[in-house]
Write a protein that binds this ligand. Sequence first.
Ligand SMILES: [Zn+2]
Length: 340
Amino acid sequence: MYLKHLLRVMLFWLFAMNTTFADAIFDPDTNTIILSHVLAGDGSSQTESIYATNVRITFDEVISAGISWPPLIHPLPWPAEIDFFDTRNQELTISYITTPDRSIERKDVVIKIDSVLGFDYSESIAAGVSDFKFRYVLDESLPVEWRNDFEQIMANLQRDIPIFAKPGWYSMPVFAWKSDAEAPLPFISGACICGGGEGGSYDWMSLEISAWEIENSDIHRYSVVPHEYFHVYQISHADLSGLKWLMEGPAATLESIYVQEHYGVDYFSQAQAPLLSGLVRESPSLYESFSASGEADDNYSGSVFLTLILAEELQNQGFSEAEAYRKIMKDFFLGRTKFK
Ligand SMILES: [Zn+2]
């Protein structure tokens, strides 16, 4: 019993130290910085990116000192941050940096690198390959089968719908856990792309997987992954979070197409169509807003309906089915890219 307890304490410290020292560390004595994870790219998706770990650098110019950041946002199991080196202007954005004694903790520090002293590992990510970094925190409460499928789904999505890193938008943690277990952090709940934090915000993907869905093998336990992933794709080009059906319609449509293709489940007919409200025909403009559509858009049935109708209208204008969906799901968002 005692040994078990001791072991647990030791494991806790090992884990805590790992996490504590996995963010960027500035050592004032040697004036060096160790970056645990760095992504280097030009944000264009047209050239290769480089991902490296434990990169040791010196710096000569602080372009922005960022903001002072209390340790509150980074309790376990928040995963270590990734930093971004913009190869166009040669500026390094350090998402979160501390000193070994934690007397300094800052967020979004921008510096010019003087020299690279070394690194442990690096890989090249070819042009056109998804380089936006998701950092998984998959809780043990989830069955191994779910965790394996999750990783496969994410790999498929990143291959088919690449998301490209750019300054200010290059990484996001993903928290997944079973709903009857404790949430990984008190401010994380539900299934969403959420954000928050006092004094400056972080974004994350929250996947609270319903225990009922797992126990009853309900396909939504998996379909929620492409749904939330697609929101990250959308936001990476245009944040239309106020415009409900244009965000939720394509995400919920993609969700159905994904499980049709990979699990042979017709989620459109099973879980979306039966909930459709007549209100979508009477007052479609209600679906522009989350609050106005409310319960009349249960499981986004109305938003999906409008998306399918739009695809139908485009086909009536002579576009093929594939072209129509490409316009709605891809071209529309690409045309609104906010980061240039
Ligand atoms: Zn959604």
